[in-house]
Design a protein around this ligand. Structure first.
Ligand SMILES: Cc1cc2nc3c(=O)[nH]c(=O)nc-3n(C[C@H](O)[C@H](O)[C@H](O)COP(=O)(O)OP(=O)(O)OC[C@H]3O[C@@H](n4cnc5c(N)ncnc54)[C@H](O)[C@@H]3O)c2cc1C
Length: 247
């Protein structure tokens, strides 16, 4: 049975785009109809495969933005010099088809039974799997306390802004805007450093569980700072999206 389920996940299948919605000027959420979807856990990802007319194939990974039980949604940030992301954000329309396999990943996942308190740290599109975790927590009625620290370049780059402005009970959201801050901005205005982490993190005595996701450089810097401030490495889970990012 387990073997069958695993083979299912590693098999490419065709998904149909149900809708594409605008999150920020450079970010789109793509809702998919995946006929043979086995279900997923919060924090997992899928692989997407694109093949052009000449048979050239490009594959990339994308985190699942929706909670378990919701239709599969991906949220993609356009990298202007990128090969795959500009197609997904600018060209894809409802009714188009995509090759996909998944869900993939068993490490960067959270279930209510894993407990907390949770410290979620996101840089840029690194918010995507953490959003799945937040929605999963809410949909399951979990009361695990959560603090989310989200680093973006500017307010216009904040993904899921409306949703994060109205967090569920027990969820605190902190923003840092690293490049541009609107007049009267009262949040943080610099890259995440040890002092900023010290402001928002749960005390180590509460045995918190941390999830860090974003550009590789963000994840490296933040996980190092967190471990230096006393978080046990085995309680710090990381997901690197690649690139050197500016968040
Ligand atoms: C497990 C996993 C989950 C991911 N989930 C998401 C997601 O939910 N949403 C999302 O938008 N992306 C996500 N990514 C990143 C995604 O897989 C692609 O790397 C990204 O879309 C760029 O692909 P591209 O073909 O457009 O750019 P490429 O042609 O591959 O790269 C273009 C340039 O951008 C640099 N670059 C590549 N990736 C990044 C990055 N993440 N940040 C900054 N610079 C980069 C490259 O070094 C290169 O210089 C995830 C990656 C992994 C490994």
């Amino acid at each position: 049975m387990a073997g069958t389920a695993l083979r299912g996940r590693l098999t490419w299948q065709v998904a149909t785009v149900l809708a594409v919605s605008v999150e920020t000027p450079s970010v789109r959420t793509i809702m998919l109809d995946v006929p043979d979807w086995p279900g997923h856990q919060a924090g997992q990802h899928v692989d997407i495969r694109l093949t052009d007319e000449d048979g050239y194939v490009a594959e990339r990974s994308y985190s699942i933005a929706s909670a378990p039980g919701e239709p599969v949604a991906l949220t993609v940030e356009r990298l202007d010099d990128g090969e795959v992301s500009p197609y997904l954000t600018d060209e894809l329309r409802a009714g188009d088809e995509l090759e996909l396999r998944g869900p993939i990943g068993g490490y960067f996942v959270w279930e209510p039974a894993d407990g907390g308190p949770l410290l979620l740290l996101a840089g840029g599109s690194g918010i995507v799997p953490l959003r799945s975790i937040l929605r999963h927590r809410e949909r399951t009625g979990s009361t695990v306390p959560v603090r989310l620290l989200y680093s973006s370049r500017a307010l216009d780059d904040v993904i899921y802004r409306a949703e994060l402005d109205k967090p569920a009970a027990g969820v605190e959201v902190f923003h840092t805007l690293t490049r541009h801050q609107p007049p009267g901005w009262s949040g943080y205005a610099r890259r995440v450093d040890a002092a900023l982490l010290a402001d928002v993190m749960w005390p180590t005595s509460t045995m918190p569980l941390a999830y860090i996701c974003g550009p590789t450089s963000f994840v490296e810097a933040v996980s190092q700072a967190l471990v230096q401030s006393g978080y046990p490495p085995q309680r710090v889970k990381t997901e690197r999206f690649g690139g050197t990012g500016g968040t």
